[in-house]
Design a binder for this molecule. Structure first.
Ligand code: FES
Ligand SMILES: [Fe+2]
Length: 385
């Protein structure tokens, strides 16, 4: 597999060649590229008390995020410093320390080694702590990278932080989460997320509520960036887009009426009226915010032809299910939309695997997907030998 030659053959303005959506060698290279970027692994409300932890995976890498006794967070490589076992094997847990299941080495919540029985004279526990990973909390969202030196994130983080805080995400909490396992390469799942060319046909529920679904009817606020690519100072990629809602619609609900308690200042509604704000930071993490709830999209590549799409719904921190919102009503729109996306992405993958597949041209309504694909090609080219 000559990845450099395949990249050189890429025709701008088109979908990628078949190998990019199927070849295990390219998938391995993708994981190398993605592990060098920033990704969202959850929300601070998942770790409310000291000793809480969560794990996150990307390719061969796994991270533990802990809440320490001082209230701060640590991100640690989930690899024992004895002989390399995974330490935490569940998505979430709680305890005063982290204990390796293999021979029992025990680590503090900041990753320092607390106990390693029967080690010989001269063994230095201080030199055997869990490797720390870069971590950044942005408006309540937990981001980390598996690289020693990931791209700068400050400018992009400030922009996402402003959007998240305006919608009260920093004090919000998780109301629901669901994982959709998609039989496709991760890029087809992300590319689909970035365009609404398919919305009118595949998402009647979404299209009834969002102006975005209709060509030429997109509202871009004056301060907003709507492009992929690094922020001007070389920061991790960031994109935000304000999308107007249909007349009389306040939020993403069946009847357009509020579903939950308003979140953030003025319920996140700006002077131009109700909207849905879409944002992305890095290659695998996307966010959307209404006046009364938010949604996190996490794309998790598993295999060349398998991707998990985790959808997480956020509500105001003091909201109670049953009293302040109905979980079924809250999750209705983005569940029905995600389920439809799974089907169309899998259809897309089936066709792409055929010998008749040729890269095809993007429409005007697929500008963000085009930018995403071109950004991907540029990043992979930087790694290619
Ligand atoms: S590999 Fe973790 S204690 Fe041995
Ligand atoms: Fe879709």
């Amino acid at each position: 597999m000559n990845i450099a030659a395949l990249l050189a053959a890429y025709k701008p303005g088109h979908s990628l060649g078949q190998a990019f959506y199927s070849d295990p060698g390219i998938f391995a290279r993708d994981m190398e590229m993605l592990s060098g970027r920033w990704l969202c692994v959850g929300h601070v409300s998942e770790l409310p008390t000291a000793g809480d932890w969560l794990t996150a995976e990307l390719g061969r890498e796994s991270a533990i995020v802990t809440r320490r006794a001082d209230g701060e967070f640590s991100a640690l490589a989930n690899v024992c410093r004895h002989r390399g076992s995974r330490i935490c094997t569940l998505p979430h847990g709680h305890g005063p320390t982290l204990t390796c299941p293999y021979h029992g080495w025990t680590y503090r919540l900041d990753g320092s080694l607390r106990r390693a029985p029967e080690m010989p004279e001269g063994f230095d526990p201080a030199a055997h702590g869990l490797l720390p990973l870069p971590l950044k909390i942005i408006g309540g969202l937990i981001f980390l990278s598996f690289a020693d030196h990931p791209p700068a994130i400050e400018a992009s983080a400030a922009a996402l932080d402003a959007m998240a805080r305006r919608h009260g995400w920093d004090t919000g909490k998780i109301a629901a989460r669901k994982t959709y396992t998609i039989a496709s390469n991760w890029k087809l799942a992300v590319e689909n997320y970035h365009e609404c060319y398919h919305c009118a046909g595949s998402h009647p529920e979404f299209s009834a509520l969002h102006a975005l679904a209709r060509p030429g009817n997109r509202r871009i606020g004056s301060k907003d960036v709507e492009s992929w690519g690094p922020a001007p100072d070389g920061n991790e990629v960031f994109r935000v887009m304000h999308s107007g809602l249909a007349d009389g619609v306040l939020t993403g609900s069946r009847d357009g009426k509020a579903l939950a308690l308003p979140m953030g200042a003025a319920g996140g509604v700006d002077t131009l009226g109700p909207e849905c704000v879409f944002a992305e930071l890095g290659f695998l993490s996307a966010f959307l915010a209404y006046a009364d709830y938010g949604v996190i999209y996490r794309f998790i590549p598993r295999k060349s032809l398998e991707t998990e799409m985790e959808v997480i719904w956020l509500v105001r921190g003091d909201a109670e299910a049953g009293r302040d919102f109905d979980p079924a009503a809250l999750t209705w729109l983005w569940d029905v939309t995600s389920a439809a996306d799974k089907t169309i992405i899998e259809n897309n993958q089936a066709g792409v695997l055929s010998r008749a597949y040729r890269p095809g041209p993007f429409s005007k309504m697929e500008a963000a997907t085009r930018q995403y694909v071109e950004r991907y090609v540029a990043e992979l080219a930087r790694l290619a030998p």
